[in-house]
Write a new protein. Sequence first.
Length: 199
Amino acid sequence: MALLKSKVKSFLTGLQKDKVRDDSQINKDDIHQMQPTDLPRCRDDPKKTEEIIQEIKDYYFEEGCIDCSQRELESLGPEINMTSLEERIFSLKTRDTAVYRKIYDLVFSNYTAYVQELENVTMLQVSLQDAARTCVNARRSLKSARQGVSHGGLGLLGKHRKRERLHSLLDILKTLKTLQRTDTRLKVLLEVNYMLQFL
């Protein structure tokens, strides 16, 4: 009896681990390589497949660590009837095949959308890279322009100061010229006054 239960558990564990892989491990190449001929020979009627899946107990779809083989062994009870055991094994195989068929159909029905979304994501990545390059180039151009404006501003300021110094120098020259004229006139007046004193 223990040997029989061990064999049943081994079989059920194999059913649980066989065929269906984690979604994160399915990639584009795997989908291309999957062919309908790789599926077990089972009912291809979608309605029948749905009916079989609907018959599966809810606890098989619960998240978390569920030991399905242990549940099946517990459901057998202490007395095992070979006929009912064979029927149960056939039922589990049928359900396993139906679930695999459903997963296969869902993957292939969404394959086109998956490829399109993948292309959209790729295009978005390219657009973001182009935008990043544009931003970097714009910042560099802005920095260069700012430096050019700063240098140009310093040049204008230097010219303005030079012009102010020239204006100041011109004013000084005008003042000196005025003083020179005044001095000349004073000298003339002094000479005239001196001459008048002698007369």
